[in-house]
Design a protein around this ligand. Structure first.
Ligand code: LLP
Length: 412
């Protein structure tokens, strides 16, 4: 569910007409609904209400400070993967004891920053990383809390680029080797073993892979207990999918119903790292039609947003609904909706039947709140776009559109 709806023929975000924002802030522009964000957070939180848990929003999905602050005010923590994300999270007022740090390539500088910030735990992805964290913690006179990220070899049945828990994937420590790694970790002087972590992939639209992965994790936790290693946190990662088109992903409460009984007697705190499911459908990208063009075999709708603004269609062939901000007379056109970038891969949709727009009309690219702005770039020296948050009848620019000066900042 989200708060982007038509009133008459005009698309609104909560109580604000999208057209008004586009006129005042310009296009392209990302628009988020604070109400949807809060509702999504609550739905997820509530699904696990019966057990101790922390909802650690995956910052990579949407790192805007205002969005992080909104989740912090609801009691949320974050999952980070870089020093930059840690910096943002701290700026947004996230409680360091609700920050978990994943990623296979943490640098010494990042490890040190996180240790000094007293984050909850590192999700460690290799033996050498574990040694490095031990060494850095020792040099700072601190103890690092860690979970090992194990790779449970489960097929999440998603796009290969966003599947992370298969044997061939670069992520985590093979589950068959995990016990040995834990035994080593428990002997390191500056390491405190507190958890186990897994994340098997993203845009997962069934409960089955989550349950299968959890079964493997629980087997490991049992083995650890038998060797005297007590786990306090089970971090189940993120990955719950959303509806972009025809998908029918489970509601978080279905995930809760399946997982809570599996872990409720263990005395552990469950951590989840949802990204997309919290923000995906809470955001849209609004773009203006510049030109229409008929090629020999195709029609093109040329818009002012490109792959640098939303790369998901180009990178994953991802489907995003595209709807008019103002409904037209109902005639349709089948076209590629393309951006201004000098690449054939620059498209927002291919062979899409849409209401026939005119130059100057606005289009809303739906479900763009996750991995939209955060994956945007300055390619073709395009300025990154503005981001707007709507709250009832008000809206606020939560990130200014970049200027030309911003583009060359730091260059000689
Ligand atoms: N935790 C870890 C360790 C992750 O690597 C990820 C996502 C998440 C949590 C959050 O996953 P989510 O709940 O959002 O599925 N750019 C791609 C998605 C890449 C996901 C990477 N890891 C896309 O646009 O579909």
């Amino acid at each position: 569910m989200h708060d982007f709806n038509y009133i008459g023929s005009d698309l609104y975000c909560e109580k604000v007409p999208i057209k008004k924002i586009a006129e005042e802030v310009g296009t392209p522009v990302y628009i988020y609904s604070s109400n949807t964000l809060r509702n999504h957070y609550h739905a997820f939180d509530l699904a696990f209400a019966d057990i101790p848990h922390i909802v650690c929003f995956a910052v990579k999905a949407n790192s805007n400070l205002s969005i992080l602050r909104l989740f912090a005010s609801e009691g949320g923590g974050v999952d980070i993967v870089s020093g930059g994300e840690l910096f943002r999270a701290l700026r947004a007022g996230i409680d360091p004891q609700k920050i978990v740090f994943a990623g296979i390539g943490k640098t010494e500088e990042e490890v040190s920053f996180a240790l000094k910030s007293n984050i909850l735990m590192f999700n460690v992805e290799s033996s050498l990383e574990l040694q490095k964290i031990n060494e850095v913690a020792g040099s700072l006179g601190l103890k690092a809390r860690v979970a090992l990220r194990v790779n449970p070899d489960i097929d999440p049945k998603t796009h290969p680029y966003i599947a992370t828990g298969l044997k061939k994937s670069k992520f985590g420590i093979a589950i068959s080797r995990a016990l040995g790694e834990y035994q080593i970790a428990s002997t390191l002087p500056n390491i405190e073993v507190v958890g186990v972590h897994k994340h098997i992939g993203s845009q997962i639209t069934e409960v089955g892979p989550f349950v299968a992965a959890m079964e493997k994790i629980l087997e490991l936790v049992k083995g650890l207990k038998e060797s005297g290693i007590e786990i306090k946190y089970i971090d189940a990662g993120g990955g719950l999918g959303i509806r972009y088109g025809e998908e029918k992903p489970p509601h978080p409460k279905e995930l809760g119903k399946a997982l809570v009984p599996m872990i409720k007697d263990l005395g552990c705190t469950l951590i989840f790292e949802p990204g997309r499911v919290l923000v995906g459908n809470a955001g849209i990208l609004v773009t203006k039609v510049l030109y229409l063009k008929s090629g020999e075999v195709k029609n093109f709708v040329i818009v002012d947003a490109g792959m640098n603004d939303l790369i998901r269609p180009s990178l994953y062939d991802a489907h995003h609904e595209i709807i008019p901000v103002e409904k037209q007379d109902g005639s349709y056109l089948t076209a590629d909706v393309v951006g201004p970038i000098c690449e054939s891969g620059d498209f927002l949709a291919k062979d899409r039947k849409i209401e026939k727009p005119e130059p100057g009309n606005l289009l809303a690219v739906m479900s763009a709140g996750a991995y939209g702005f955060t994956m945007s770039s300055n390619y073709n020296s395009r300025r990154r776009v503005a981001e707007v948050m709507v709250e009832g009848e008000k809206y606020t620019v939560i990130r200014k559109r970049e200027s030309y000066e911003d583009l060359i900042r730091g260059e000689e």
